[in-house]
Design a protein around this ligand. Structure first.
Ligand code: HEM
Length: 399
């Protein structure tokens, strides 16, 4: 077996295992995950870009226990291919192109600054503070709530809903996690239906209002309309995709900088490195480690046969440390010039929120650089026991 995704030593540092596997070949059968896994950059890129492979949603089973979890995903553009995917992606990309990232920039910077300032006060008063609880978990969810124009009444519940839903993405979640995920989906869907109904009557300057308006416009022009379930699935995707990964880039990224102190000092001394630093943090310890595809017909990945209807996975963390593509991949280099990482995916499902995510991570780094330039680890961080969504439970900082 190539590796055990639940083994804590592996989760602590999966990269040596990935390197050893890559040295043996680009694709390996993984009996525990029940599919072959691609570990080289080229093979992962083939998995993500290959047109004979697709994201084919299979309802969580037994389907009667997951009506809303399945409804959310069945209607999400991330889980679809062909016409529905392209129609929904065009709608979301069009709404994003109406300047939402630029609209949010001042608010993101101000929020990052306020949260880090509060963290710095806590460090001064009590000796240490948790970056995850104080900043990483708070900023991305607030930004998505703002992006979608969600009312204050639902905002405090978003994080809990999202965390409960994405727990189902890990291999073999237990019964409690499965039940929580359905309950959270049902509550979230109810809240989104209300927001969508409200926005149809009272449009605002948020992305949800743009999605509703663009849909009406398409309908007027004779294009295929978007169902309310699809709008709900899209909004839910934006919360989950747009929030969980960003939380963990902030946590994993700051930990990497503190463990490679010279790189942190380099960034503190030269804010001009911010853009390359953000890309490097996403490469160095990606927050999303595994993406699956299903073969639409008999196909191959790096010469490895994938029969029609079976699955294959891309291990993004393994691709990110491939020495064929990256010079000294085990080194963190905040000024790395050539960095074609796959952290935001590739091909038709390439991340629609990448510009917003970059803005958020850069804003947090900038606030830390100004307010806590001398930060150090106050205690060894605790890791979440998850493999697909790679992140920390806490990251206590001191000065
Ligand atoms: C650093 C943070 C982020 C990372 C690392 C990330 C990564 C990814 C990856 C790897 C995919 C492709 C999945 C696949 O190919 O199966 C993806 C898709 C997507 N992401 Fe992100 N993402 C981040 C932040 C965001 C944000 C902030 C948003 C929105 C506000 C967002 C929205 C989306 C959407 C809508 C898709 C689906 C696109 C499609 O299916 O066509 N992401 N993301």
């Amino acid at each position: 077996m190539p590796f055990d995704p639940a083994d804590s030593a592996f989760l602590d540092d999966p990269y040596p295992t990935f390197s050893a596997l890559r040295a043996l070949g680009p694709v390996h059968e993984h009996p525990m995950l029940g599919m072959p896994v691609a570990v080289s950059h080229a093979a992962c890129s083939e998995v993500l870009r290959g047109r004979s492979l697709g994201r084919i949603w299979a309802d969580a089973q037994p389907a009667a226990e997951f009506p809303t979890f399945n409804l959310l995903h069945r209607n999400s553009l991330l889980e679809r291919e062909g016409e529905p995917h392209d129609r929904l992606r065009t709608l979301v990309a069009g709404a994003f192109n109406r300047g939402h990232t630029a609209r949010l920039e001042p608010a993101v910077s101000a929020l990052a600054d306020r949260l880090v300032a509060e963290l710095a006060v806590q460090v001064r008063h009590t000796g240490s503070a948790d970056l995850m609880a104080g900043v990483a978990h708070v900023l991305p969810v607030e930004v998505i709530a703002e992006l979608l124009g969600l009312p204050e009444s639902v905002r405090p519940r978003l994080r809990g809903w999202s965390t409960a839903i994405v727990a189902m993405y890990e291999p073999d979640p237990d019964g409690r996690r499965r039940a929580r995920s359905e309950t959270a989906s049902a509550e979230f869907v109810d809240a989104l239906r209300e927001v969508i109904a409200h926005r149809r009557e009272h449009p605002g300057d948020d992305l949800m209002s743009d999605l509703v308006a663009a849909d009406l416009d398409a309908e007027r022009r004779g294009g295929a309309p978007v169902s309310t379930d699809e709008l709900v699935g899209t909004a839910a995707l934006l919360l989950m995709a747009g929030h969980e990964a960003t939380v963990n880039v902030i946590g994993n990224g700051v930990l990497a900088l503190l463990r490679h102190r010279a790189q942190w000092q380099r960034l503190v001394a030269d804010p001009g490195l911010s853009a390359t630093a953000v890309e490097e943090l996403i490469r160095f310890d990606p927050p999303l480690q595994l993406f699956e595809r299903t073969a639409l017909r008999d196909t191959t990945v790096a010469g490895h046969g994938v029969p029609a209807g079976t699955k294959v996975a891309a291990l993004l963390g393994a691709a990110a440390h491939d020495p064929q593509i990256f010079d000294d991949p085990a080194e963190l280099d905040v000024g790395r010039r050539r960095n074609p990482h796959l952290g935001f995916g590739a091909g038709v499902h390439y991340c629609l929120g990448a510009p917003l995510a970059r803005l958020e991570v850069a804003a947090v780094l900038d606030a830390l650089r100004r307010r806590l330039p001398g930060m150090v680890l106050a205690a060894p961080p605790r890791r979440r026991p998850d493999f697909v969504m790679r992140g920390l439970r806490d990251l206590r900082l001191a000065t």
